[in-house]
Design a protein around this ligand. Structure first.
Ligand code: ADP
Ligand code: MG
Length: 356
């Protein structure tokens, strides 16, 4: 009788062990078991995440996925876990088998593995969380720079506007050719300040939210670039024009204009400016592409930062206005660019921007 009970019990244990193994094996998180810094087991998600085959990982050194200066801390964690302490999750950057780095959150705890007491470590990919945190920080930084800049812009714009007024009066009595140049230059300066005020203090430009016929607006804006002055060809591919959006019209027009202007400026000799409009997955899509100089990879994450410009006479405020406007309308923006081939700005605009 006892023997029967014993064998039933061991069968139960075996069953629950098999179930436990299955749960771990099919878990979407990276789970591995190690002893004396050697990998004893890793689940499939883990092998995929570490970019290697199970066979290449098992038997190897666990510490090899950490950088030299992290190894002591990890060893300490493992020892704590060995002593039965449940360690707090920590954030680390690990080195995968293909050499790529990835931010993870990890925690260790002791487990019974066969007849051995080992450590089970769980890794969670936190790349997206980190990116979101960084974006938030960047935004806060931008917002405070913007506020300072807006304050200065406001102070400088007023005296410049009065100088412009006096220049105009002077022109009426004394038409010196320099006066025209002075007025032109002054206008450029005031325009820059105006742009800066618009992107940093959008509330100054309280605009009603109205229905916008994006197709119609793109067609009118496009005409501005059809001048012989620009040696470019314009291709329009507008579909689903019955789909209108709600938003602040002047901000949107300025954003489309800024994108088209950049596209044209990226093609100093000749090229094709392509403007697309279509409706898909509840969004109005607008794509503005050029066959111009393109944007180098290392410059991509600077796009939208105030004053970032590669042009000698650029202000670096155009894209800031574009990003602010699209974000404020709860839209999305993505950029695809190949150096010397061209650039595409892809906007996804919601039909209704929600609470603005
Ligand atoms: P600006 O046009 O005054 O330089 P923007 O904010 O409009 O300022 O653009 C910032 C920078 O982004 C540009 O100077 C340029 O380097 C890059 N850029 C933007 N759009 C394009 C494009 N379509 N092709 C190549 N580079 C671009
Ligand atoms: Mg520009």
């Amino acid at each position: 009788m006892n023997q029967v009970l014993e064998s039933m019990k061991s069968k139960e244990i075996l069953n629950s062990e098999a179930m436990y193994k299955q749960i771990i094996e099919y878990s979407v998180e990276t789970i591995f078991i190690h002893l004396e810094s050697k990998f004893l087991y890793i689940n499939q998600a883990g092998a995929d995440f570490l970019k290697a085959l199970k066979g290449e990982i098992i038997g190897g050194n666990v510490l090899s996925i950490f950088s030299e200066d992290e190894k002591d801390l990890i060893r300490e964690r493992i020892e704590q876990a060995m002593c039965g302490e449940v360690t707090q999750a920590i954030e680390k950057t690990i080195i995968r088998f293909d050499g790529s780095l990835v931010d993870v959150e990890l925690y260790c705890h002791p487990v019974q593995y066969g007849d051995k007491r080992a450590i089970q470590t769980v890794l969670r990919d936190i790349t997206i969380r980190k990116e979101t945190e960084k974006m938030l920080q960047d935004r806060q930084k931008l917002a405070s720079i913007g506020q300072i800049a807006a304050g200065i812009a406001h102070e400088v714009k007023n005296p410049l506007t009065s100088v412009k007024g006096f220049l105009q009066l002077l022109k009426e009595t004394n038409s010196h050719p320099y006066l025209f140049t002075m007025e032109n230059e002054l206008e450029k300066a005031i325009d820059t300040l105006q742009n800066l005020l618009q992107v940093s203090k959008p509330n100054l430009h309280e605009e009603p939210i109205i229905k916008i016929d994006v197709c119609k607006e793109l067609n009118s804006l496009m005409l501005l670039f059809q001048d012989k002055l620009y040696n470019i060809e314009i291709k329009m591919d507008v579909r689903d024009c019955d789909k209108h959006i709600l938003g602040k019209k002047n901000l949107y027009l300025k954003a489309f204009f800024n994108l088209m202007k950049n596209a044209v400026e990226a093609m100093p000799l000749n090229g094709i400016l392509r403007i697309e409009h279509y409706f898909q997955d509840d969004y109005v899509h607008v794509k503005i592409s050029d066959t111009g100089v393109g944007i180098p990879k290392e410059k991509m994450n600077l796009l939208g930062t105030p004053f970032f410009s590669s042009k000698t006479d650029g202000t670096g405020l155009g894209l800031t206005q574009v990003f602010t406007t699209i974000n404020d309308h709860n839209g999305q923006i993505s950029v695809h660019s190949v150096v010397n081939k061209g650039t595409t700005f892809h906007l996804k605009l919601p039909q209704n921007p929600g609470g603005m």
